[in-house]
Design a protein around this ligand. Structure first.
Ligand code: NAD
Length: 493
């Protein structure tokens, strides 16, 4: 039985895309599971002058198509929502917000618990945090927690500046930095896979692992996000956060307990062990690319530089592939190959761990064993082993031991944002990123960006391919190849 959380949630960016597509459905999930029940209210803020009634219509529209939602549930849920027109740069508006929060605190008997959720352009995060302190919105009873969306800075210097401004109001344990990958089922499953199975636990190190590959492939292009993406690119948008978190989960030591503190301790150590490249090393180990126009099944797909809002001479990376290393005793020397990009052949996030092949004995030279974790769109594992061919032969054949979560059951499990908001309300910091992790990831990424800074060349790849030829050469020069090489194009995902 889920324990009910009492809280007033103050949402900055209540009219935004993230709020409608992710946050309201997530809160509705928590409402239906009972974690949000009677004692909660949500104050949505944005600049537009909306009424509560209109805001409730927006919230209702965002959740009414959730599977199994009844009109009664939707109405009951929406009745907890209040709207406050608010310009985050205007100090006087915080006083109005404070009064409304205090009134709702009494009305719903929440005991002073507050969750401040920043779902706005990152340029406003520092302004909001500063005003929350100067206008004294934080309560002296109950909890005060800040949930902050990505991107957390643009490089180490801007991330540090942002962190300094929010830590002037909130201490580290009150800050819940979102990386929604940490709310995903199969990312959370890595701990069980690695540490509940002696079979894997015993061989999860440099003596047995040949290489690790992480692919976060998107089939879509930049869509309507060029304004943001032009200033970010794949390295900052995907590698700095999601891929780095996956690397940490895959290489960290076993935590001493299933607690946030113990998990963050080993995760931070994994981040600290990341080998930060010199510019020359970065240039040799990381490649970037940009998608070019292609005609697929008779339909012409725009190249990145033709997309609305993109400069005709843009040097923004829509693809990154690289090799990184971890200087820890268990993983030193194990290549970790990562790639991510837009307009790739198919949407999929997957991780493959390739174990070293046997080099002696009966089957010296047999193919390596591979373990693949499928994160999305399917969820599950495949272990590719050497089996024996049927019949009177000792010849080997590759066999796949396969498990997939039932798609129906997976669809009914809480979505990443629901888990994360539920955790923030419950005060569980496990699946949020600590400042140390963010800082280490930026140090790593800044070194790669610096390696590219003076290079005007931008390799291209046709939309619907798996990236530029440089991404394949990167592995070929080590005698390796990408494990996942999809043949069918599915750009519609
Ligand atoms: P959005 O542009 O759709 O919404 C921004 C919100 O901020 C709106 O409600 C707008 O009214 C409000 N706003 C803007 N200026 C304001 C001001 N001066 N005072 C008060 N309110 C103001 O943005 P979004 O896509 O919802 O993204 C919000 C945050 O979430 C960003 O940090 C983004 O990087 C992050 N994020 C979004 C997504 C997504 O899928 N949309 C995914 C991951 C992270």
């Amino acid at each position: 039985m889920t324990e009910e959380t009492h809280a007033v949630i103050i949402l900055f960016g209540g009219s935004g895309d993230l709020a409608r597509r992710k946050l309201y459905p997530a809160m509705f999930g928590l409402f239906r599971r009972g974690q949000l029940c009677q004692h909660f209210a949500v104050i949505g803020t944005a600049r537009r002058p909306w009424s509560d009634a209109y805001y409730r219509e927006i919230v209702s529209a965002a959740v009414e198509d959730e599977p199994g939602a009844t009109a009664g549930q939707v109405a009951a849920f929406a009745s907890h929502f209040y709207y406050q027109s608010h310009d985050v740069t205007d100090a006087a508006h915080y006083t109005t917000l404070k009064d409304l929060a205090a009134k709702l605190d009494d009305q719903y008997a929440v005991g002073g618990n507050r969750l401040y959720y920043m779902a706005m352009a990152p340029s406003f995060f520092a302004t909001i945090a500063t005003h929350l302190k100067s206008e004294a919105l934080l309560t002296s009873t109950g909890f005060n927690r800040l949930v902050i969306e990505k991107p957390f800075g643009h490089d180490y210097a801007s991330a540090k500046e942002l962190n300094d401004s929010i830590t002037a109001t909130f201490d580290e344990h009150q800050i819940y930095r979102i990386d929604h990958y940490l709310g995903k089922e199969m990312v959370q499953a890595i701990l069980a896979l690695r540490f509940a199975n002696p079979l894997f636990k015993a061989v999860w190190n440099k003596d047995y692992i040949q290489d690790i590959q992480i692919t976060l492939a998107e089939a879509v292009g930049v869509e309507e996000r060029a304004g943001y993406y032009e200033g970010a690119g794949a390295l900052r948008d995907m590698v700095q956060n999601h891929i780095m978190q996956l690397v940490a989960y895959l290489t960290m030591a076993e935590p001493a307990a299933k607690t946030a503190a113990a998990i963050h301790e080993v995760k931070s150590a994994a981040f600290e062990a990341l080998h930060v490249y010199t510019p020359a090393e970065a240039a040799a180990n990381f490649v970037r690319g940009q998608y070019a126009a292609a005609t697929i099944n008779g339909t012409r797909i725009n190249g990145y530089r033709e997309e609305t809002g993109v400069a005709a001479d843009s040097l923004t990376d829509t693809f990154v592939a690289g090799k990184l290393g971890v200087d820890s005793p268990s993983f030193a020397g194990v290549p970790i190959y990562v790639r991510t990009g837009k307009r790739l052949r198919r949407k999929s996030t997957q991780v493959t761990v390739t174990f070293k092949p046997t080099t002696s004995g009966l089957f010296a030279g047999a193919a390596p064993t591979n373990l693949t974790l499928y994160l999305e769109p399917h969820q599950g594992y495949s272990l590719f082993i050497n089996g024996k061919q049927l019949g009177t032969t000792t010849a080997l054949m590759p066999e796949e031991l396969k498990y997939r979560h039932d798609p129906h059951a997976a669809a009914n499990a809480p979505e990443a944002y629901e888990r994360l908001i539920g955790s923030a309300l419950a005060g569980d910091e496990t699946d949020f990123t600590r400042w140390q992790e963010v800082a280490a990831a930026w140090h790593f990424v800044d070194a790669i960006a610096a390696g590219w800074a003076d290079d005007p060349t931008m390799p291209t790849y046709p939309a619907g391919s798996m990236g530029p030829s440089e991404a394949f050469e990167l592995l070929a020069k080590d005698g390796h190849q990408w494990f996942w090489q999809p043949t069918h194009i599915r750009l519609a995902d």
